[in-house]
Design a protein. Structure first.
Length: 121
């Protein structure tokens, strides 16, 4: 089964064809130890849209807060976030949930202490 909905990728560099009419947000990557700007053209997200953000990892939540900022800038509705792997021990998911964002994770890791993977049921 497939979702028949529009799919939009935020770009980590402003494309040369995107000279005006875009939303942007700065995201700090702890993995890469640097900040990057992400961009979405205004023509692809409007105040009429309901947005589901999907990402592979959730750790401290910086990338997702940046993506949520793009949704807010467009006055669109953030209906939730879907995550493949959440590192719950790093707190990003908890902070986002406390701010009212619905998050669904396929796998939630409680700890990696001692080289052992401890999952949350």
């Amino acid at each position: 089964m497939a979702l028949k909905v529009p799919l939009l990728f935020a770009k980590k560099q402003r494309p040369s064809t995107l000279e005006q009419g875009y939303y942007s947000s700065n995201i700090y990557s702890f993995t890469k130890n640097q900040s990057v700007d992400v961009f979405v053209a205004k023509q692809y997200i409007t105040s009429d849209d309901k947005v589901l953000i999907v990402d592979d990892f959730l750790a401290r939540g910086e990338a997702l807060r940046g993506m949520a900022s793009l949704v807010r800038q467009a006055n669109a509705e953030l209906v939730g976030i879907g995550i493949v792997i959440e590192k719950a021990f790093q707190g990003g998911g908890q902070q986002l949930r406390e701010s009212g964002v619905r998050i669904e994770s396929l796998i939630r890791i409680n700890s990696l202490a001692g080289g052992k993977l401890d999952l949350i049921d």
